[in-house]
Ligand binder design. Structure first.
Ligand code: 5GP
Length: 125
């Protein structure tokens, strides 16, 4: 079920539980601002999720309430994860779903990194 990105943050979501160490994840990278791990149901040969450590529902929430340090740290972490995975030369796609029409399912901001093959058109038609 897609989530309503206008609702307040609820820390029972799956990614909050991963951040608290209550659920396992295949960690790729971690720093003060971000955690990156493999998607449980990959939709490309490489499918990594990068989440901020702070409690933000979506890109909308983060861009409005995140501190400058959190935003800079998170954006740099997304870039570093992709760079360290060797994805700049072959290319990759970033995606962040926000709310109902996007079909965002987990109410903690996550940026998808898709890579590992030509990814085709941006959206299904
Ligand atoms: P959304 O549709 O919210 O943008 O994407 C949610 C993503 O989280 C999906 O790609 C889904 O496969 C992934 N996901 C859902 N539950 C888990 C989980 O428990 N662990 C991991 N690693 N990924 C998950």
């Amino acid at each position: 079920m897609p989530i309503d990105a206008t609702l307040p943050y609820d820390d029972s979501n799956i990614f909050a539980r991963i951040l608290r160490g209550e659920l396992p994840s295949k960690t790729v990278y971690e720093d003060e601002f971000a955690l990156a791990f493999h998607d449980i149901n990959p939709q490309a040969p490489l499918h990594i999720l990068v989440i901020p450590k702070g409690a933000y529902v979506s890109w909308d929430d983060f861009s409005e309430r995140g501190s400058d340090a959190e935003i800079a740290g998170f954006v740099r972490a997304v870039g570093k994860v992709a760079r360290d995975a060797g994805l700049v030369a072959p290319g990759y796609r970033l995606l962040a779903n926000v709310g109902l029409d996007s079909h965002q399912e987990i109410a903690h901001l996550h940026v998808h990194i898709f890579a590992g093959q030509p990814l085709g058109p941006m959206l299904a038609r």
